[in-house]
Design a protein around this ligand. Structure first.
Ligand code: SAM
Length: 269
């Protein structure tokens, strides 16, 4: 197969930026090439140019979605950045709200959403939260959403889950499923997964009591970052909690947030 030319890399980069907001630096060219190469070979194409032409022609069709699936970075695990979960637990436990709605806004395989579900289920069991709680989890990759609904994970992804929670909310596989863990159906029913592109207007959505927008802004340029954060904030109720990845720093140009901990903010007004 021929190499990925600068010109074609630019075409792929612009297409991905326009559709899902992804911003690939020049240094990411080898990464883009290696992620697409097996798919291009499988389709029997010889050149990246042909693949770009295919996904450009494709519009909203299947191959474009495959490219999005391949070019998004989906790394995640249960209870990643545990301070955020502790903060949410303290906040909800103190307030004892009658109803709670949480949004995992770039949910990847669902680890974050199910972590929140374990936490809320524990609060309910302890009598610190009523039974009316739900989690909405969205992503732009069909592939991760399908897997998230199934709720099956390599055990290592649950390394931060306490033994008590593993026992209460998970089933360990054996035989062919050795090394895999399945989230219990009772917990899975609390999480609704769906497709949502954060870079496009999503109309009436929310209000949520807490939003996790973690480890996704990092893939956007500054303007997209601010626009996405502002749009997501519109779905958070005043006083609600807003989380971004701790490594993502502050979000320039976003109004109506007070910082309360690294990567954690409260919506003002
Ligand atoms: C690194 S994962 C973060 C998962 C989880 N929030 C966490 O912190 O562990 C980033 C996710 O953002 C998703 N994503 C990228 N661009 C998106 C967009 N425009 N709209 C919605 N999700 C997007 C990717 O598909 C990927 O699953």
């Amino acid at each position: 197969m021929s190499a990925l030319s600068d010109h074609t890399f630019e075409g792929i980069r612009q297409l991905m930026h326009g559709i899902v907001g992804l911003s690939f630096a020049d240094a990411k060219k080898p990464l883009v090439a290696s992620r697409l190469a097996p798919r291009i070979a499988r389709l029997g194409l010889e050149r990246y140019e042909d693949y770009l032409a295919l996904i450009e022609r494709d519009g909203a069709g299947g191959e474009l979605q495959v490219a999005i699936d391949l070019l998004t970075t989906n790394e995640t695990y249960f209870f990643r950045e545990p301070r955020h979960f502790e903060l949410l637990e303290r906040e909800l436990g103190d307030q004892r709200p009658a109803q709670v709605r949480v949004w995992s806004a770039a949910s990847s395989y669902g680890d974050e959403a199910y972590s929140v579900a374990m936490l809320l289920a524990d609060l309910e069991q302890a009598g610190r939260l009523g039974p009316d709680w739900r989690i909405t989890a969205t992503d732009v990759s069909d592939r991760v959403l399908k897997s998230a609904v199934e709720g099956v994970y390599p055990a290592d992804r649950l390394r931060e889950v306490t033994p008590a929670r593993l026992k209460r909310y998970c089933l360990r596989g054996d035989g062919d499923a050795e090394g895999l863990v399945m989230v219990q159906p009772t917990l899975r029913r609390r999480v609704q997964f769906g497709y949502l592109n954060l870079t496009q207007a999503f109309g009436d959505w929310g209000p949520f009591d807490a939003v996790f927008l973690r480890n996704v802004l990092i893939y956007f340029d500054a303007a997209t970052k601010a626009a996405v954060a502002q749009r997501v904030l519109g779905a958070l109720r005043p006083g609600g909690l807003f989380f971004i990845g701790t490594a993502e720093g502050r979000i320039a140009g976003v109004q109506g947030l007070t910082a309360i901990a690294p990567g954690a903010f409260r919506k003002t007004g």
